[in-house]
Design a protein around this ligand. Structure first.
Ligand SMILES: Cc1ncc(COP(=O)(O)O)c(C=O)c1O
Length: 373
């Protein structure tokens, strides 16, 4: 059996949820984003925990995730952020999903299907206010919503948009997007859509206290204990939920001039003690960490030396007393008084914590601590 384990601390998840609640005000509602297997943390156990905490809705990417959550007993409303294709329409009514809509042809097909079943499906209109990604362009929102209100098998119960620079404090484009969004909401009201739930705030916006006026916010990364960027003061005090632990499998003392790993990209300058650990890029530890990363062994930092392999990585433990095969290696998370964060790893390889969590989470066996599941 592999010696690698990703630990998911569900009590940390609960603390982060409470922290978001206290930040937005306890009357505001939360849509927890659990797409991509809850950013690598495991969608079903995370959703069960957050459902028990009283989340108002979940954001999933696609219909298939909705099926998994419903089959797993999750009853909370599910918003399908990607929207739906024609061949996913039946699943919307079967699994009681709320699709994002931005395509009138799909909305028509969905309405016809719902009417045949004697139903009216709730939908949230996705407006692109400047993200340049999914959604009906904000300039075309009026005609789109006009078309929707004639469809008897769908009911617009929500309108939402996504911010592109909310993690940058004081960026004026966030205000531009929020203003465009508010115009669309007012327009929808004029077209007879009364009291839709409106939401635009992701973690960056929650942290910088922007765009939560609609009364529903859509955090993802904050739930998992990270800040969307270094410039988010409101993310202080979050608790990382994921940690990644491996083991030392061999320790050896090598003389000066010894090349380490593929490509001979590290050659010892003096006698060193090298530990080989049982994790590599196949386990979500990026090859870009070659000669860059650090891990924790016996509470001390050991630098990665040489190229990270698929399942093995070498670290220099010369200064750390007594390292031996079987020792615990913390790749992500805390050991004794030190901690390696996803942000630190992300910064070393030019990415964001989101990608670090997804890569490590999906590649390893997960163990859930202190939770319902
Ligand atoms: C539409 C939408 N809303 C909310 C989120 C959550 O964003 P964050 O994790 O930055 O809070 C995402 C994540 O990508 C998203 O795609």
């Amino acid at each position: 059996m592999t010696s690698n384990i990703v630990n998911i601390d569900l009590s940390a998840l609960r603390r982060n949820f409470r922290k978001i609640k206290s930040r937005i005000g306890f009357s505001a509602r939360i849509l927890c984003v659990v797409k991509s297997d809850a950013y690598g943390h495991g969608m079903l156990p995370v959703a069960r925990e957050l459902e028990a905490m009283g989340t108002d809705c979940f954001g999933i990417f696609e219909v298939e995730e909705g099926r998994t959550l419903r089959d797993g007993g999750v009853r909370t409303p599910l918003l399908v952020l990607k929207g739906i294709d024609a061949d996913e329409i039946a699943a919307v009514t079967e699994y009681d999903l709320i699709p994002a809509v931005f395509d009138i042809d799909i909305a028509r097909l969905l309405s016809d299907h719902a009417l045949k079943q004697g139903k009216c499906v709730p939908v949230h209109v996705k407006v692109d206010t400047g993200m340049g990604r999914l959604g009906v362009q904000w300039q075309e929102a009026r005609s789109f919503i006009k078309g929707l209100v004639h469809l008897r098998g769908v009911q617009v119960t929500g309108i939402f948009s996504h911010l592109s620079v909310a993690d940058e404090v004081g960026h004026s484009f966030t205000d531009v997007q929020i203003e465009r969004f508010q115009d669309c909401v007012a327009m929808a009201h004029d077209l007879g859509i009364r009291d839709p739930v409106t939401h635009i705030a992701n973690s960056g916006a929650i942290s910088n206290q922007k765009g939560a006026e609609g009364g529903l916010v859509r955090p993802g990364i904050m739930l998992y204990g990270s800040s969307p960027s270094a410039a988010c003061p409101g993310c202080d005090g979050l608790s990382p939920v994921m940690s990644f632990v491996s083991r030392v499998i061999q320790v050896k003392t090598v003389p000066a001039g010894t090349p380490i790993s593929y490509g001979r990209r590290y050659v010892t300058k003096a006698q060193r003690i090298i530990a080989t650990i049982c994790a590599g890029y196949g386990d979500g530890y990026s090859r870009l960490l070659s000669n860059k990363g650090t891990v924790l062994i016996r509470g001390r930092r050991a630098p990665v030396v040489g190229t990270v392999c698929m399942n093995l990585t070498m670290v220099d433990v010369t200064g750390i007393e007594g390292v031996s095969a079987g020792d615990e290696v913390v790749i992500l998370g805390g050991q004794k008084r030190d901690r390696i964060t996803a942000e630190e790893i992300a910064q070393q390889i030019g990415t964001i914590s989101y990608e670090v969590y997804c890569a490590i989470g999906k590649s390893n066996r997960r163990c859930y601590l202190d939770g319902l599941s």
